[in-house]
Design a protein around this ligand. Structure first.
Ligand SMILES: Cc1ncc(COP(=O)(O)O)c(C=O)c1O
Length: 395
């Protein structure tokens, strides 16, 4: 019997749920590969390095030591303690293990925090271009997304006057992300101070600070808004293991927030995931407490590739590219090619065999840009640059 699906089978809220285009472009690129085409993958945002051996060894050991059962919903105590200790070192803030919630990846914390704290009709400020899941989940809970445009002329930082004007009585949450996906921009101390000042007299506003690229930074040191006076209580810090330790497939991330918030997020964890995989959490303890050489080596390698990709893109007619200060993405301006972002990314995939993302995959303010990940080998980056150059030359 053929089942005829009617639209009403789905809840209304599904109409406003967005997606992450990187996975769709990856699927298209894989389909082309199955047809025999050679594709260079610069679309997906994950380190091309393997998870360091000592972290894998810790997971294997944990599996055989019996970490194969349910564990506490907020995370195993050892990992929550390791994260709290790391917060003191990396952010200079005092955090107790009760203020940490471990989740299967960083992404669920975005979903659960917005679900737990934002009511329908309330406003959430978020970076645009920015990680697409913010806008998607804000819409999903019936709140109003208020984009904060990150402009190239401002090094993809914040427009202070614009931010101040957008904060209203209805503002419930301000999302920031530094280093930023997709621009590679890093918010300045002044940017962070602006946000801290804006919420100084507001006990009804939270800052959600996505810091998953905090250790992938090329100039200076990462600074968290939670380290500003009075801000720890108002901030939810998001970090994880995916990017720093090349552990995207392990699904391990965490949020740091005050205890009452942590309890609510934990309740949502109980209602959704029960808990995060037990043996990966033991690997997480090793990642944080073990040697950090692999992180340093990976960042040094990304830094070399950054030079190659930025100078290569700048030598292509119609393309200009700023040097990112963090993460492993470049966000070149492609307006000089005369093509729209989506058009150019389709053209590059189909005609040049290079998978990239249109800037619009990160919001309306991404028009005129592409996002390319340089978490790929120098050889592949050079191959992609040659292919892009030849294809753009033909336009
Ligand atoms: C800014 C940002 N936040 C969160 C995430 C999600 O990370 P995870 O894979 O740990 O869920 C990503 C992944 O691309 C990201 O770029």
């Amino acid at each position: 019997m053929q089942v005829i699906w009617v639209a009403s089978i789905f809840a209304e809220r599904m109409k406003v749920l967005g997606t992450e285009t990187a996975f769709e472009v990856l699927a298209k690129a894989k389909a082309l590969e199955r047809q025999g085409k050679n594709i260079v993958h610069l679309e997906i945002g994950e380190p091309d390095f393997d998870t360091p051996k000592h972290i894998k060894d810790a997971a294997v050991k944990a599996l055989y030591a019996g970490y194969t059962h349910y564990v506490p919903a907020a995370g195993i105590q050892e990992l929550r303690e390791a994260i709290a200790e790391d917060m003191a070192k990396s952010r200079k803030i005092e955090v107790s293990p009760e203020e940490v919630v471990v989740a299967p990846g960083a992404k669920p914390i975005i979903f659960l925090a917005i679900l737990a704290c934002v009511n329908p009709g309330e406003e959430v400020l978020y970076p645009n271009p920015g990680f697409p899941i913010y806008e998607s989940v804000i819409n999903f809970v019936g709140a109003k997304p208020v984009p904060l445009p990150l402009e190239e002329e401002k090094d993809f930082g914040l427009d202070h006057e614009y931010v101040k004007e957008r904060i209203t009585k209805k503002t419930k949450m301000i999302i920031i992300n530094s280093p930023e996906n997709p621009t590679g921009g890093v918010l300045t101390r002044e940017d962070l101070k602006l946000i801290a000042d804006c919420v100084a007299n507001r006990d009804d506003v939270l800052v959600f600070s996505d810091e998953v690229y905090s250790r992938i930074i090329y100039e200076g040191e990462h600074e968290s808004i939670a380290s500003f006076p009075g801000m720890k209580e108002k901030t939810i810090i998001l970090d994880g293991f995916s990017k720093t330790y090349a552990m995207t497939g392990w699904r391990l991330g965490y949020g740091v927030m005050r205890k009452d918030l942590a309890q609510k997020i934990t309740q949502l964890m109980i209602n959704s995931n029960s808990c995060t995989c037990a043996f990966t959490q033991i690997a997480g303890v090793e990642a944080l407490k073990g040697p950090q050489d692999s992180v340093k080596e990976m960042v040094a390698e990304f830094k070399k590739r950054r030079e190659i990709i930025v100078s290569g893109l700048n030598s292509i007619k119609g393309i200009t590219c700023k040097k990112p200060s963090g993460a492993f993405y470049v966000f070149p301006n492609i307006t000089g090619t005369g093509m729209k972002s989506q058009e150019l990314s389709d053209y590059l995939l189909n005609k040049a065999g290079v998978a990239v993302l249109p800037g619009t995959a990160f919001g309306a303010y991404g028009e005129g840009y592409l996002r390319l990940s340089f978490a790929n080998s120098v050889e592949n980056i050079k191959k992609a640059l040659n292919r892009i150059s030849e294809a753009v030359e033909k336009l």
